[in-house]
Write a protein that binds this ligand. Sequence first.
Ligand SMILES: Nc1nc2c(ncn2[C@@H]2O[C@H](COP(=O)(O)OP(=O)(O)OP(=O)(O)O)[C@@H](O)[C@H]2O)c(=O)[nH]1
Ligand SMILES: [Mg+2]
Length: 236
Amino acid sequence: MRFAILIPARNEQDAIGPTLAELRSCGADQIIVADNGSTDQTASRAAVAGATVVSEPRAGYGRACVAAMRTLDPSIEIVVFMDADGSDDPTFLPRLLDPIFQGEADFVIGSRDGANRQSATLPAHQLWGNRLSTAFLRLLYRVPCTDLGPFRAIRREALTRLRMRHPDYGWTAEMQVKAALAGLRVREIAVPHRARRAGESKVSGTVRGSILAGSKILWTIFRYRFLPPADTPTRS
Ligand SMILES: Nc1nc2c(ncn2[C@@H]2O[C@H](COP(=O)(O)OP(=O)(O)OP(=O)(O)O)[C@@H](O)[C@H]2O)c(=O)[nH]1
Ligand SMILES: [Mg+2]
């Protein structure tokens, strides 16, 4: 099966090159960097490293992902998401893809809170924020999950069916909530999490980013259960 890797990036000029270099021999059929609003050399360095760069002018992690999805080659059957800062270990890519290749899962999420957890790379507030969010996910949607990790693989057809629309940091939670509601076969695997290799944190390393992301994630989890909008999927 042909797969693409989609990497949301904002101001990651010192990390994006090494991150893409690590992916050189991973077998991906397409690598897309979803940039929005970078004020540094992220886009040009990603292009030099051989990635397709999609620039979404409107700010927002989710918007950048949606824009990048529009440029997927028609032959792509699986979409892998991973961070630009080197936090995700690409040697775990085969383990992420294998359940989909074997026809056993539609969506595989890398959990940073499982057997491969390394000490202190996830700040305590993020670890506990994730544990709270995933407790609500388990309670409200009856899905076994322990993380909202960015390193994940999903069948393209399933992803399209989810009609992803969160403009910002609610994106990962939205995908998990909608996958549960749509009845996708979801699998979680343990992955390690590395400290970012360079540059500044936009999410968990700042008070603003943490509060913003945390509130968007929790609102997304509650909204699709108690105030379902028009894009709420149903089991097919
Ligand atoms: N396109 C886009 N990407 C973003 C945006 N905000 C963050 N990102 C990317 O999303 C990924 C996660 O952001 P990080 O800043 O690493 O957040 P974090 O992992 O919680 O924090 P660290 O501990 O610093 O790694 C990185 O690849 C960022 O470049 C955004 O607004 N737009
Ligand atoms: Mg990071």
